[in-house]
Design a protein around this ligand. Sequence first.
Ligand code: ADP
Ligand code: MG
Length: 238
Amino acid sequence: MTTLTISNLCKSFGDVDVLHDINLAVQSGEFVVLVGPSGCGKSTLLRLIAGLEDIIDGTIQIGERVINDVEADKRGIAMVFQSYALYPHMSVEQNIGFCLRVARQPSALIREKVQDVAQTLQIEQLLKRKPGELSGGQRQRVAIGRAIVRDPDVFLFDEPLSNLDAELRVQMRLELMKLHNRLKATMIYVTHDQVEALTMADKIVVMRDGVIEQEGTPIELFNNPCNKFVAGFIGTPK
Ligand code: ADP
Ligand code: MG
């Protein structure tokens, strides 16, 4: 089943064209990894999907529903940023539960959901701390927790592990894969780490200068890159 359909999506900032005619279908439960050089438009694409930028040209659908004009918090999409984007003055518990409080859910239910998420991410002992009292890895767990608690249809990750050291990155990568299997959620994951792309993806999408150069399974792209650029990016020795 197709969860997310992007059709003829274009985006410019002033007279700078950033995305040109992006077409992409993401299946339900699929783990899609988006790669490409810095500045090629990966974050812009995620921000358009998340509702953080206006869509002027093209459509984005969740299932059959066009979400171009649906507000960000009503799309069933949660985004995790490289920079964590936590509220510094709130505790971990308050950060994770924030969107549920905004949605006026009963406080007992919020406590229960936050506990459940904290257990999944093994951060129960951190619930009373503020983000300033956490390590980078712990902060990123909280940011992921804040996404999970919303129970979204689609998760968007924008280079979530790139601020972490190599060892922690490997550990978090494995945990994200487990989470993906457990939640059976649809995930789009931006990285410029080729190992992450090859090991995590059901499907890799390679972007360059605002266009999709090629998409396919890691094996398809590794064995049959459509050009030297994709080969270089995926690491095929050609
Ligand atoms: P990536 O995530 O692949 O590194 P981005 O999507 O962040 O790339 O950026 C793509 C291009 O769009 C860059 O040239 C960037 O400078 C430009 N851009 C992104 N956001 C804005 C903005 N709000 N205003 C103007 N230009 C932007
Ligand atoms: Mg980016």
